[in-house]
Design a protein around this ligand. Structure first.
Ligand code: AMP
Ligand code: MN
Ligand code: MN
Ligand code: MN
Length: 288
């Protein structure tokens, strides 16, 4: 049996830090030959309704989100870990409470990063960053875009490399819920939790095989094995861990429109994994 590879399960719209509207995202997905898209804006389901209203014939959308969580390193430092959740009840009180908290937290934190940059002489304003983020909460890519517009950097990537990375003097951390609590929130709301890009950036040394194993009894369902930030060795290691622990293996582009240099559908998830996620989720996919 050959498995279809027509699903990209990790995408962002302008409801978080992507640049596409839901309709633009779905048109791009159809053009890329995808038939299943995971909608995973950061810490919000605000784009679900508009996306549900624009699903073209032959396409289905797994509504979800990418949760900002933290997990302690051996030295006790809290490291940022992203957690994908699919097909959960977005009205669940645990999820609603968590996202209210994150929204308030992002408001002050985005302003702090901007103030740090302004104090150092970078020619941006909080007003302009707010215009760029629109109704969504401020994420670092919005600040990166303002820096690029002002000519302070040549690209979004350069803004992160030089000014916005986690160890930058201008950075301000987001207070996040723990990875284990995040998994619990998604499971309690009937959803399917999958750790996003476990070998990307700072999270890699923290998410050892032992740590991942310890999360399985809490309901962890899968690992995002194929991701643009993962090299061949990382993919092989994660595939081994997932196989040993009986976890689902997903593949996704982490598409952000013009805010990241990635192609929608450049990494994909096999159909049988998509079906397993749909079987476990409390909510039906949008569309076909
Ligand atoms: P925040 O949630 O505000 O801390 O911003 C994190 C977001 O920044 C991530 O979700 C990515 O979309 C984006 N990001 C992180 N590192 C980079 C990078 N090197 N280049 C472009 N975007 C990045
Ligand atoms: Mn992002
Ligand atoms: Mn992420
Ligand atoms: Mn993402």
């Amino acid at each position: 049996m050959t498995l279809g590879l027509t699903a990209d399960l990790h995408t962002h719209t302008a409801y978080s830090d992507g640049t596409d509207s839901p309709a633009q995202l779905l048109a791009a997905a159809a053009a890329a030959g995808l038939t299943t898209v995971g909608l995973t804006d950061h810490d919000t389901a605000a784009g679900w309704d508009e996306t549900a209203a624009h699903v073209p014939a032959g396409m289905r959308v797994l509504p979800g989100a990418e949760f900002s969580t933290k997990h302690p390193a051996p030295d006790g430092a809290l490291v940022s870990v992203h957690l994908l959740g699919y097909l959960f009840d977005r009205h669940d009180s645990g999820i609603v409470g968590e996202w209210d908290r994150v929204r308030d937290e992002r408001r002050g934190r985005g302003a702090r990063i901007v103030a740090n940059l302004v104090a150092a002489g970078y020619p941006i304003t909080l007003e302009r960053v707010r215009e760029i983020s629109g109704p969504s909460s401020i994420s670092r890519p919005h600040i990166a875009r303002a820096l690029m517009e002002a000519g302070a950097v040549g690209s979004i990537g350069e803004a992160f490399d030089d000014l916005l990375h986690d160890h930058s003097p201008y950075y301000a951390a987001l207070r996040s819920t723990s990875l284990r609590e995040g998994i619990g929130l998604i499971v309690d709301a009937g959803g399917v939790p999958v750790i996003a890009h476990p070998r990307a950036r700072a999270a890699a040394p923290v998410l050892t095989a032992q740590v991942i194993e310890s999360l399985v009894p809490h309901g962890l369902a899968g690992l995002e094995v194929r991701h643009p930030d993962h090299d061949a060795a990382a993919r092989a290691e994660l595939a081994d861990i997932a196989t040993n622990l009986g976890l689902l293996q997903t593949g996704s582009s982490d598409y952000h429109g013009d805010n990241k240099e990635l192609r929608l559908g450049q990494e994909r998830t096999p159909d049988d994994v998509v079906e397993a996620i749909i079987d476990r989720g409390a909510v039906a996919p949008f569309g076909a």
